[in-house]
Design a protein around this ligand. Structure first.
Ligand SMILES: C[S@@+](CC[C@H](N)C(=O)[O-])C[C@H]1O[C@@H](n2cnc3c(N)ncnc32)[C@H](O)[C@@H]1O
Length: 218
């Protein structure tokens, strides 16, 4: 049996994906597609972009969530860092893996206080709040210190233009064999070039359409 496929997590995750699908953002709808694309590619205006998106859940797909669980189980993760927590769906998959690995810590990051408040309720309902510490504020600041000495898995799912910067903060903590999962990498050509360049110390492959899976080499 797995924490992911049994109560309380399994029915909670189903319900939260239904809520995520139903969420709307009138503010976002008032912005043109061209302006959204411009903001997605901006390295400086990510706060404005995500403030516009604050009612949207933007979760990893359910398949990606299962993949995260599988990767964290198979590399026996005990310390996980997540860039971009939102309402905590990816966090629940990863925390389920920590629970089934025998415990550990997941350090999340999110700058929208309202999202963190609801995410924390989800963690309590899922019975995994003891495993999760969400750092509130810009991850460029909150993940810059006090990380576990050895990180087993890093999920990159916050502002797309910051993936390289966040990887840079966590890199020295990644143990040999640690995994880095980056979602929506269509927006991240510089990040892809970095993790795919052999001299930077990763083995890296596109995993599905827009996910990059990278392993820190020893
Ligand atoms: C795609 S969503 C994350 C979805 C989440 N991983 C899940 O699967 O449920 C991205 C989130 O990252 C947050 N975010 C983006 N850039 C951030 C930053 N620099 N620091 C902290 N949070 C950030 C946004 O507010 C947003 O809630």
């Amino acid at each position: 049996m797995s924490s992911l496929t049994t109560a309380p997590l399994a029915p909670l995750i189903e319900r939260l994906y239904a809520q995520a699908d139903a969420a709307t953002s009138p503010l976002l709808n008032s912005v043109s597609q061209a302006e959204r694309e411009r903001l997605m590619h901006s390295k400086t205006e990510y706060v404005a972009l995500y403030s516009m998106l604050k009612d949207l859940w933007l979760p990893v797909s359910q398949d990606t969530g299962k993949l995260l669980y599988m990767l964290a189980r198979s590399n026996k993760a005990r310390a996980i860092v997540e860039f971009g927590t939102s309402f905590g769906l990816s966090t629940l998959f990863l925390a389920a893996a920590l629970r089934d690995n025998g415990g550990g810590v997941l350090i999340g990051s999110e700058f929208e206080a309202s999202k963190i408040a609801l995410a924390r309720e989800h963690f309590i309902e899922g019975g995994v709040s003891d495993l999760i510490h969400i750092r509130e504020g810009d991850a460029l600041v909150t993940l810059a210190s006090d990380l576990p000495e050895a990180v087993d898995l890093l999920l990159l799912d916050g502002a797309k233009t910051l993936y390289g910067d966040v990887l840079n903060l966590v890199e020295n903590h990644l143990r040999p064999g640690a995994l880095v999962v980056a979602d929506n990498t269509d927006y991240c050509p510089e990040y892809l070039a970095y993790v795919r360049a052999p001299e930077n110390g990763y083995l890296s492959v596109p995993f599905t359409d827009d996910i990059e899976l990278s392993m820190r080499l020893g």
